[in-house]
Design a protein around this ligand. Structure first.
Ligand SMILES: [Zn+2]
Length: 45
């Protein structure tokens, strides 16, 4: 499980609550608060 604010690297991450997919394009990008449900936990796709 990954949380908002972590920098897990490039890739696609799915919100564990609503399924929204976030794409990080840079290793320095941090996971945001989910734009759809405002939760903070993700799994890597
Ligand atoms: Zn969500």
């Amino acid at each position: 499980m990954l949380n908002t604010g972590e920098r897990p690297g490039r890739g696609d991450y799915e919100c564990t609550v609503c399924g929204e997919v976030i794409t990080l394009n840079n290793p320095t990008d941090a996971l945001p608060v989910c734009p759809r449900c405002h939760k903070t936990t993700y799994v890597k796709l």
